[in-house]
Design a protein around this ligand. Structure first.
Ligand SMILES: [Zn+2]
Length: 317
């Protein structure tokens, strides 16, 4: 009888991470934290991947909780490609940076020698310094945490560097008309780099999927205009409105503006959601507010981190 040769199984394992960076990160959040102006890493869990060796497709699909995927450790030229598409429990979350909804893909490439036995693990990072990378890191994170409220079977979508439909130079929004999250720019500032704007607008999208709202807000309590016409007709005290001190973002509404109850509730929810998204649920939470805040002593510039205790009364007369 001829001798039987047993080929030892060998494996390449690729463990993939989305890199994100934020220009408002004060470094004090417990979750997704990283020092300012550096990259953080979030597992690319449930992210769509393709792996090719020498042009042959070896593996494709949404990854599991770990964001790792294995292939036989055969010598060749490898491409590991990630798409900004996340799915878990039949929930999908897709991200685009353009109108045409063509995928922006992220490749890692290398020539590997093969492995005779055992497993070799490669840690790979994607999306550094890109808005799509930031958004996909958040989507993968939120979709992997049931408490963040994404609904099984539903589809979520986000447009990066794309302004809200019909608003021109707006900062960011959830459009209930289009069912999409938009992270555009205002005065040249790109909202995808401000993590609590991302979390806030995602909060609006999640509440819309959960509870059917909000619909588009009506932020014109007491004669204050929609924030696009300055000076407006608002006769509120300065500490109860956004004009003229809010300039880094739209002045439609702000942390201290007097609003109708339904608008105030939906904005409060979105701030809460952003706080929950970036903080460990077992520790006190903090979030950075991203518009200017007027005090009796002057204007606090964003990002505003510390809670400002002021006895401001803006009750409806
Ligand atoms: Zn909002």
């Amino acid at each position: 009888m001829a001798p039987v040769t047993v080929q030892a199984q060998s494996t390449y394992e690729f463990c993939n991470f989305w890199q994100y960076t934020w220009n408002d990160d004060p470094g004090n959040q417990d979750f997704l934290s990283h020092p300012g102006a550096t990259f953080g890493n979030g597992p690319a869990n449930h992210t769509w991947h393709n792996i090719w060796r020498d042009g042959q497709l070896l593996s494709s699909g949404y990854m599991d909780d770990s964001g790792c995927v294995e292939t036989p450790a055969v010598a060749g030229d490898y491409i590991v490609r990630l798409y900004p598409a996340v799915s878990k429990d039949s929930t999908t979350f897709w991200i685009w940076s353009n109108d045409g909804e063509s995928w922006e893909v992220f490749d890692a490439t290398g020539t590997l020698p093969g492995l005779s036995s055992g497993t070799q693990t490669f840690t790979v990072w994607y999306g550094s310094n890109t808005g799509v990378g930031d958004m996909t890191a958040v989507a993968a994170n939120a979709n992997n945490r049931p408490e963040m409220g994404l609904v099984s079977g539903e589809h979520y979508k986000a447009y990066v560097d794309k302004n809200c439909p019909g608003t021109g130079n707006f900062s960011g929004c959830y459009s209930s008309d289009n069912g999409a999250l938009y992270l555009g720019s205002h005065n040249g500032q790109r909202r995808i780099w401000t993590k609590h704007v991302v979390g806030h607008e995602l909060g609006h999208m999640v509440s819309s999927h959960l509870a059917g709202g909000p619909q588009n807000g009506y932020y014109e309590a007491d004669g204050c205009t929609d924030g696009y016409v300055w000076p407006d007709t608002c006769n509120q005290p300065q500490e109860c409105q956004c004009n003229p001190h809010v300039v880094s973002s739209n002045g439609v509404h702000c942390l201290q503006s007097r609003e109708y109850m339904n608008d105030a509730a939906q904005e409060g929810w979105a701030h809460f959601y952003a706080t929950a998204l970036f903080n460990d649920s077992t520790s006190p939470g903090s979030f950075t507010y991203y518009k200017e805040f007027d005090t009796y002593g002057g204007v606090i510039e964003p990002p505003m981190l510390n809670y400002v205790s002021r006895n401001i009364s803006c009750a409806l007369a």
